[in-house]
Design a protein around this ligand. Structure first.
Ligand SMILES: *[C@@H]1O[C@H](CO)[C@@H](O)[C@H](O)[C@H]1NC(C)=O
Length: 268
């Protein structure tokens, strides 16, 4: 026999289950856009590497969808429609973390690999030929600003992250200097506006790599100086979280599982 109170509970459950889905508050989703240093499987194949985006979900209480993919640059992520896919997917208050830089350099003058950006920090353009087609190539900041403005126009928040360092111990002693893509990613975040935030992921990671020492950090790079082991990717992910926490969490405030003091490294 059902008691009156369990019948009432049942009625309440039915009311909940039939309430319109628009009344249910949807948790924001975090999307990741980047290259192999962020992607599942890192440098690919059996390289024993992984991307930091695979470890990031452990530090946050929101769902994470890792759309990073090896070999991509801000330009090729754009041209292949991958930013458009995200622009179509995002709902208000979703968060998109964008990190490029490892595949964006190089020169367009001899041959175009489809990834290299036009040199410059602004609206400069380059005429190039890729795959037998005449193409107009934009600067790295322009690709990020275009994507960021479209994403924020949909109500999403954007975090632009500077690229991860190559192994700063590879020369024997520690050496890290930020590439131009760090400067560019910072200025791109500023240009997108108040719904964009910059995390100097490269510097946070470099600082932690410095304190860990050469032997440990060399072990994070089993294949080459760019792609990290799973343990290295975990450290790189925690460096990003530290950068967020040091800024009060930015758009992820309240959704980070860890306290600032519990994460290695110092605020910069
Ligand atoms: C936060 O805590 C989780 C659970 O203990 C852990 O897996 C993750 O690595 C931590 N993140 C950082 C940034 O320390």
């Amino acid at each position: 026999m059902l008691s009156i109170s369990s019948l009432l509970n049942l009625a309440g459950l039915v009311a909940l289950a039939t309430s319109s889905p628009t009344n249910v508050k949807r948790a924001p989703t975090i999307y990741l856009a980047g290259d192999s240093t962020m992607a599942r499987g890192g440098g690919g194949g059996n390289s024993g590497t992984d991307g930091w985006g695979n470890f990031f979900p452990y530090s946050v209480s929101l769902p994470v969808v890792n759309k990073a993919i090896g070999g991509r640059s801000a330009r090729s992520f754009t041209v292949e429609g991958r930013f458009n896919e995200l622009i179509n997917l995002v709902q208000p208050n979703d968060i998109v973390i964008i990190e490029f830089g490892h595949n964006d350099g190089g020169s367009l003058s001899s041959s175009d690999n489809g990834r290299t950006a036009c040199p410059g920090a602004g609206s400069e353009t380059c005429q190039s030929t890729y795959n037998g087609q005449k193409v107009t190539v934009l600067t790295y900041p322009a690709y990020l600003i275009n994507a960021g403005k479209s994403l924020t126009a949909k109500g999403a928040k954007v975090i632009i992250s500077s690229p991860t360092p190559n192994n700063p111990w590879e020369g024997g002693s520690f050496a890290y200097s930020a590439s131009r893509f760090t400067t560019y990613s910072k200025s791109a975040a500023q240009s997108i506006g108040s719904n964009a935030f910059f995390v100097d992921h490269g510097q946070y990671t470099a600082n932690i790599f410095k304190s860990l020492g050469k032997a440990k950090v060399d072990s994070f790079f089993p294949k080459d100086h760019t792609h990290t082991s799973p343990a290295g990717a975990d450290t790189v992910s925690r460096a990003f979280v530290k950068g967020l926490l040091c800024a009060g969490g930015s758009f992820l405030s309240g959704s980070i599982r860890n306290s600032t003091g519990s994460v290695e490294g110092a605020c910069i």
